[in-house]
Ligand binder design. Structure first.
Ligand code: GTP
Ligand code: MG
Length: 418
């Protein structure tokens, strides 16, 4: 980016209750981009200025502050329209980057798998599409508008550039579909498509991946690969799905996926649809919350809002307040209704969380005792896929005590004994 990595962040608080928090988060996103905030500028107005976003006096103030700090890049806490960026840059001769672009940049850095890279690239191009200019340099847009002929030429070149970008998007989308098909046919998903699904969702850095890893440790599943954990925004961009199996219990699939942030760009949500599909298809969501963060309420609101934007409403949810070890007087895990206070770093906590998941997921499972004749080998075989609590042999056949879902229960009643 800039040689000089110092920036000023700027925001307008328009009837926004969580303005402080969103500015603090903007500073974190800036740090995630290896840039340094040297100062910030705020304005309180009820109406955003369509032309320059900030009021005109504020624009001059930004220019002066930038001169004072010798900074040439201003980061704005909102998505700006292409015209607003142009007008601001024209008025100040500075560069402006908006929150959306900043988030896109962080995603770009973090994308390692082909799927994530394609998703981010699509979101980037979609963001750029309305923002490109004939010269590629937004500052030239104004300078180039000197004569009619010139302008016409500019416009057709602009159309050409736009068409090229649209073609690129189409091509990347095709490749993405291809990659996703391959993943679908390989994954745990297909082999275990009938198992109940649980998805970890929530704010970035809340501890979703740590929770998944902890649970994998607990079930001592040596074959399951751990997922990546780091104290940074958007450590996870890919979905990981793991099968969780405990003795004498039904198995389920547990998935970990991309975290949320406030004002998550729409293009990203759209591009990450298939990654987020895990949450969409889940039977149960576990919303992981950083209980030690003073902004947890806003983060929960943002999570709720993002979920409804993806079309997820009214799903059964466990509220998992993580990092309780960093709050005062944490003794051990505590469950109150659908809420659990826990630490993903503590074994007893994870055990309690798994129990809660089982309770929610399998509350309608029932125990049935059946006698299956030896001659019915097909049925004996499919029973082996179910949770067998007990098994004994008689002259007439095998007696099983099973823990089953309502559908299986119904289909087995004709073999039921006592
Ligand atoms: N003290 C403490 N730290 C935790 C706990 N759970 C997670 N962490 C730390 O929090 C940071 C983020 O954890 P992750 O599991 O990567 O968070 P995430 O929700 O997967 O984040 P994204 O992938 O960015 O969405 C890491 O440094 C973890 O070690 C906890 O219970 N206690
Ligand atoms: Mg993660």
């Amino acid at each position: 980016m800039e040689e000089n990595n110092q920036v000023i962040i700027a925001g307008v608080s328009h009837l926004q209750t969580d303005f402080d928090y969103s500015m603090a988060e903007l500073a974190q996103l800036v740090a995630a981009n290896n840039l340094k905030v040297v100062d910030q500028i705020r304005q309180q107005i009820d109406q955003i200025n369509n032309k320059t976003y900030f009021g005109s006096g504020k624009v001059q103030e930004i220019k002066q502050l930038a001169q004072y700090h010798n900074v040439s890049l201003i980061i704005v806490n909102d998505e700006l329209s292409p015209a607003q960026v142009r007008n601001l840059e024209k008025a100040t001769q500075l560069h402006f980057l908006d929150r959306t672009e900043l988030i896109l940049q962080v995603f770009t850095q973090r994308a390692h798998s082909r799927q994530a890279q394609l998703q981010v690239a699509i979101a980037q191009l979609q963001y750029q599409l309305p923002r490109i200019h004939p010269s590629g340099n937004p500052l030239d847009q104004q300078r180039g508008q000197s004569g009619l002929a010139n302008r016409g030429a500019g416009e057709s070149k602009l159309e050409l550039n736009r068409r090229t970008i649209r073609q690129q998007i189409t091509k990347l989308k095709q490749e993405l579909r291809h990659v996703e098909q391959t993943l679908n046919t390989q994954g745990a998903r297909r082999q275990n498509s009938k198992l109940p699904q649980v998805a970890l969702v929530g704010y970035t850095n809340a501890g979703k991946s740590t929770t998944l890893n902890g649970i994998l440790d607990l079930v001592a599943d040596k074959n399951s690969k751990k997922v990546f954990v780091k104290d940074q925004l958007f450590a996870t961009l890919d979905t990981s799905i793991r099968k969780i199996t405990l003795p004498q219990k039904p198995s389920f699939l547990l998935s970990d996926t991309v975290g949320f942030v406030s004002k998550l760009p729409h293009n990203l949500i759209e591009a990450f649809q298939s990654t987020l599909a895990e949450a969409k298809n889940a039977d149960l969501l576990v919303q992981v919350i950083d209980a030690s963060d003073s902004h947890r309420e806003q983060m929960m609101q943002t999570t709720q809002q993002t979920l409804s934007e993806i079309g997820i409403t009214n799903k059964p949810m466990i509220y998992a307040y993580n990092k309780a070890d960093q709050t005062s007087d944490f003794q051990g895990p505590q469950v109150i209704g659908n809420n659990i206070y826990y630490s993903a770093l503590q074994e007893s906590s994870l055990k309690t969380l798994i129990e809660l998941i089982y309770q929610k997921l399998f509350s309608n499972y029932r125990v049935i005792k059946v006698l299956i004749p030896y001659s019915n080998s097909q049925l004996n075989q499919s029973i082996n896929q179910l949770v067998i609590q007990n098994q004994s042999y008689t002259n007439e056949g095998t007696i099983y005590q099973l823990l089953v879902n309502p559908t299986d229960y119904d289909s087995l009643t004709e073999y039921q004994i006592d």
